[in-house]
Ligand binder design. Sequence first.
Ligand code: URP
Ligand code: ZN
Ligand code: ZN
Ligand code: ZN
Length: 480
Amino acid sequence: MTTTLISGGTVVSATGRAAADVLIDGERIVAVIEPGTALLGTDVAASVDRVIDATGKYVIPGGIDAHTHMQLPFGGTEASDTFETGTRAAAHGGTTSIIDFAVQSYGQRIEDGLAAWHEKASGNCAIDYGFHQIVGDVNADSLAAMKRLPDEGISSFKLFMAYPGVFYSDDAQILKAMQVSRETGLLTMMHAENGPAIDVLAQQLVDAGNTDPYYHGIARAWEMEEEATHRAIMLAKLTGAPLYVVHVSAKQAVEQLAWARDKGQNVFGETCPQYLYLSLEDQLGASSDEWGAFEGAKWVCSTPLRSRAEGHQHSMWQALRTNDLQMVSTDHCPFCMKDQKELGLGDFRKIPNGIGSIEHRMDLMYQGVVTGEITLERWVELTSTTPARMFGLYGRKGVIQPGADADVVVYDPNGHTSIGYGEGRTHHMNMDHSAWEGYEIDGHVDTVLSRGKVIVDGDRYLGAKGDGKYLKRGLSQYLI
Ligand code: URP
Ligand code: ZN
Ligand code: ZN
Ligand code: ZN
């Protein structure tokens, strides 16, 4: 077993920062010590196998991205990152655990959907991985199967109020699933958009000749997100289910969450980097020489990018500060332009929904520290500590303390990261473009350890496919 000392750095947690050395034995952190201390009379640095010099750098718990979709079949194609390529890109970006969504498709049994997801991931991941369960067909059989999910290490499931004919659940199905949520402690995760109403608006836009990606954002109006968020909250209130709303982008949806939380309801929300930085006007409405107005397809995702003129991005940052939103995940769901996004040329409804960001979440959120949107501690909390607590991994993940897995990132605040797909840029995701081309970050992921093994050193990948193990999760540590 290798012993490692990460010395000279500033250890940052959700609650503070301190100059400290981190001692690792094998896969675990065994001590967080005052710099230079002799432990039981021995000079620690001299007695370990390896010293990582973190002078002038931050030492943080590895990122946990609790919302990813590797190899998701969607819109007649499949998300372009495999568990292998997506988790390797995650590692480069300082993320050491993901929670991906196992899919139960309509007409399929949950057990079969879950088994298929294990098949895709097992032996392929660069970092540790867990699953949420998408329930795409709420029926008597799946309601019974949901009750067995905790035995599989799955403590959360996702329902969709959007995508009729694909993953959609109606209110009756949601109510029944939430009753199971209440009974078992499984966290209900909700894609909150009024899908049937959106489909009508989208059809009307297409009929009127408005087929460009921009109209994806018009059809999926914020009112549709606010309404669905409110409905999910009320159904959760009625049933007593704990609720976690995914990929929140509308400021009015945040107001609903804040309202419910102020009334004492167990309701949580996440947003994603795209809703903090990107917009309806600048991205969905973009045009290029190569693609014309179809350029915007790169940013077609649901919920959609919102209008900057309406101030949604500003409100998302604010909600992260006030804790009306508790987490930042990516909703990583990449599709190439060629052969994938292209399916929607001439009809925005056929553009596969999703953006690839898994590699950049830690950097993009760190840039929020640089620009004064969030504190250093909040950065760690939003990207690692809260995801661990929310999804039953805390103690093992999400914190630098004795007994925790040695998932550690050494982050250099004096480094620089140029994000993008083009020449000299950092992209490792399996995509033919970047949704983040040209973004510059005043920081850099220097060293990444996954359970004590250095998997990224500088820009070199030192890990191997299969390093990542399946994470059996406990119930959310936010629930009483
Ligand atoms: O556009 C998105 N978000 N694609 C992934 C599926 C989902 O709804 O999370
Ligand atoms: Zn969704
Ligand atoms: Zn998603
Ligand atoms: Zn780099």
